[in-house]
Design a protein around this ligand. Structure first.
Ligand SMILES: Nc1nc2c(ncn2[C@@H]2O[C@H](COP(=O)(O)OP(=O)(O)OP(=O)(O)O)[C@@H](O)[C@H]2O)c(=O)[nH]1
Length: 222
């Protein structure tokens, strides 16, 4: 990357990423598998909102993904606009063994784009690939929808772990790459704000305990 390495050890990023999709597609278990390497066979529906912060390292920098999970069922959901506020990434999840959850994807994308913006880095995730005999949505169909909507695509299993880390990493890496291009390739290393596009702004906060440069990228305000 074309930037002056002076500040690279002190950069710290926080990206808000939301999980959305119908009830019981496996959102909470994808998060549990990713954040704690756990799986719950009979997990209850999420009530309200939960989030977990997971540290990752990209290009030697520490990136924190703050991943938000809420209920797929309307009646258990918290205030929708607050859930999406500030999100820079999204995993839109369906269950490959239940076609109706795939048919709902358009509705989830509409909601995402109503409450955040078109530039949210989004991956379409077909979960439960371990249920091979019960498959109702082919990989090709998932791929085609993702291509038509301009989304990343991956099939996962929270049960056997396949592709779970890769799905989250794809989103985090892409957000990081967008920011790197916008922030570090600029000559102004002291930039306080960098646009992620369409009015979305990343604020690079000063750390009061550090006299070095910008410390934290908190995504995003509008
Ligand atoms: N076979 C299989 N079952 C899974 C997988 N992921 C989740 N499940 C099961 O699917 C059910 C629902 O999983 P959750 O993670 O609670 O689903 P959710 O999307 O968070 O549901 P809501 O909170 O209601 O929106 C649970 O019984 C899980 O054990 C998977 O990859 N494979």
């Amino acid at each position: 990357m074309a930037y002056n390495g002076e500040e690279d050890q002190t950069q710290d990023y926080l990206f808000k990423i939301v999980l959305i999709g119908d009830s019981a597609v496996g959102k909470s278990n994808l998060l549990a598998r990713f954040a704690r390497d756990e799986f719950y066979l009979n997990s209850k529906s999420t009530i309200g909102v939960e989030f977990q912060t997971q540290k990752m390292h990209i290009d030697g920098k520490e990136v924190k993904a703050q991943i938000w999970d809420t209920a797929g069922q309307e009646r258990f959901r918290a205030v929708t606009s607050a859930y999406y506020r500030g999100a820079v990434g999204a995993l839109v999840v369906y269950d490959i063994s239940r076609r109706q959850t795939f048919d709902s994807i358009g509705r989830w994308l509409n909601e995402l784009h109503t409450h955040s913006d078109m530039n949210v880095v989004t991956i379409l995730v077909g979960n439960k690939t371990d249920l091979k005999d019960a498959r109702e949505v082919s990989t090709d169909e998932g791929q085609a929808l993702a291509e038509a909507q301009g989304l990343f695509f991956m099939e996962t299993s929270a049960l056997d772990s396949s592709n779970v880390t890769a799905a989250f990493q794809t989103v985090v890496k892409e957000i990081y790459d967008i920011l790197s291009r916008k922030v570090f390739q600029s000559q102004e290393h002291k930039l306080k704000e960098a646009s992620l596009g369409n009015g979305r702004t990343v604020i690079l906060e000063e750390d009061p305990n550090d006299d070095g440069g910008p410390r934290k990228a908190v995504c995003c305000s509008t």
